[in-house]
Ligand binder design. Structure first.
Ligand code: NAG
Ligand code: NAG
Length: 313
C-alpha cells in the first residue's frame, strides 16, 4: 500500500527538465527541400521568440534522410551548430526500405559523434501511421499507413540497427494520434509494448464530433492526454503535436483566430510546461501557402518570425 502511494507520488512529481520545441517539416513555404541554413535560421528563431525565455530549444523531425539522397537530414548539422535537441523521426508509411533511414542516422553518428548523439531526446519510428490505417474506422484518414504490428516490427528493426551505437540507450517509440492509443480494444498494444515512450498528437480543433469550441479546448486536450495515458501501460506520454490555428476553416464549433490560438497556447502549452511534459508544439511557422490549410504557425511566415500572439507563460 505504502509503496503504491509513493510510486504514485513519484509519478506526479515534476522532473527537473523537459524538452520544449516545435515540429519541423522537410520543405519550406515554396515546397522546396530545406537545407542546413534554413534549419539553422528556424532553430535560432525558435530560441529567440519573444516571451519564451529561450526555452524552445528542441526540434521534432519526421525523417532522418535529406530528400531522396540517402544522406542524413541536414537538420542534424543545423542542430549541432545551434545546440538544438532532436526528437529524430523515421518515415515508415509507404516506405519500402526504412533501412535507408537507419543508415542515415548511423552515418550521422560516424560523422559527428557525441556532438550529434548528445542532442538526441529520442527516436520516433513513424508518424500517424496507425491513424492512416482504415481498420480503425477513423474518418478522414488517408493511407498508406502501417498497422500496429507492422509499426512494432519497424521499432524492433530500428533497435537492432542502432544497437552498439551511442543512440542505443535513447528512448525509441512512435508518434500517433490520441484516438489510436486511447482505443481500449487493445489494437495499439503491440506498439505500446515495443515503445519506450508514446508520442501523442491531439488537436481539439479537428475533433468536430465533440463540442470543440475554444472554451473546451484545454479540457478536451487533457482528456485526450489522460485517455492515452490510461492505455500507455506506464510508458511516458510525450506531446508530439498540438496547436490551434489562427486562420482556416471552421471545424465543428472550433473557430480559427489569433485570439483563440493565444488562449489555446496559454492554457495547453503553459499547463504542459508546468507539468514538465516533453512538448513539441505544432508549429513554429506554416509550411504551406495553401490558404485552405489551417494556419498553425505561432510566428508569421516570413523572415521576421514575429509571434502572432503572446507566447509567454
Ligand atoms: C477501436 O478499434 C477497433 C479496431 O480494433 C475499431 O473497430 C473501433 O471502431 C475503434 N473504436 C474507436 C472509438 O475508434
Ligand atoms: C487546463 O487543464 C489542465 C489539466 O486539467 C489544468 O491543470 C489547467 O489548470 C487548465 N488550464 C486552464 C487555464 O483552465
Amino acid at each position: 500500500m505504502r509503496t503504491s502511494i509513493l510510486a504514485g507520488l513519484a509519478a506526479v512529481l515534476p522532473s527537473t527538465f523537459a524538452y520544449r520545441g516545435f515540429n519541423y517539416g522537410a520543405t519550406d513555404l515554396s515546397g522546396a527541400l530545406k537545407a542546413q541554413s534554413a534549419y539553422e535560421t528556424e532553430f535560432n528563431a525558435a530560441k529567440n521568440l519573444p516571451g519564451t525565455n529561450g526555452e524552445f530549444t528542441s526540434a521534432r523531425l519526421y525523417t532522418s534522410v535529406q530528400g531522396t539522397t540517402g544522406a542524413p537530414n541536414e537538420a542534424f548539422a543545423a542542430a549541432i551548430n545551434t545546440k538544438t535537441s532532436l526528437l529524430l523521426g523515421i518515415w515508415i508509411s509507404g516506405n519500402p526500405n526504412i533501412q535507408t533511414e537507419i543508415n542515415a542516422i548511423t552515418s550521422a553518428i560516424s560523422a559527428h559523434g557525441s556532438a550529434f548523439t548528445d542532442l538526441v531526446a529520442g527516436i520516433s519510428v513513424g508518424s500517424e501511421d496507425a491513424y492512416r490505417v482504415t481498420a480503425l474506422g477513423i474518418a478522414s484518414n488517408a493511407g498508406p499507413g502501417v498497422d500496429p504490428q507492422g509499426i512494432a516490427n519497424y521499432i524492433s528493426q530500428v533497435r537492432s540497427g542502432l544497437s552498439g551505437t551511442a543512440l542505443s540507450s535513447k528512448p525509441i517509440g512512435h508518434v500517433d494520434t490520441y484516438n489510436t492509443y486511447s482505443n481500449s480494444s487493445g489494437w495499439m498494444a503491440p506498439v505500446i509494448e515495443a515503445s519506450d515512450f508514446i508520442g501523442m498528437n491531439a488537436f481539439p480543433y479537428f475533433e468536430s464530433t465533440k463540442p470543440n469550441s475554444i472554451q473546451n479546448g484545454n479540457s478536451t486536450f487533457w482528456a485526450d492526454y489522460d485517455a492515452t495515458v490510461a492505455q500507455a501501460g506506464g510508458k511516458p506520454v510525450w506531446i508530439t503535436e498540438t496547436g490551434w490555428p489562427t486562420v482556416g476553416p471552421q471545424s465543428g464549433e472550433a473557430t480559427p483566430s489569433v485570439a483563440n490560438a493565444e488562449t489555446y497556447f496559454s492554457e495547453v502549452a503553459c499547463s504542459s510546461f508546468g507539468r514538465n511534459i516533453n512538448t513539441w508544439w505544432y508549429t513554429l511557422q506554416d509550411s504551406t501557402s495553401d490558404a485552405s490549410v489551417p494556419s498553425f504557425g505561432v510566428a508569421v511566415a516570413d523572415s521576421s518570425f514575429a509571434p502572432k500572439y503572446d507566447l509567454s507563460c
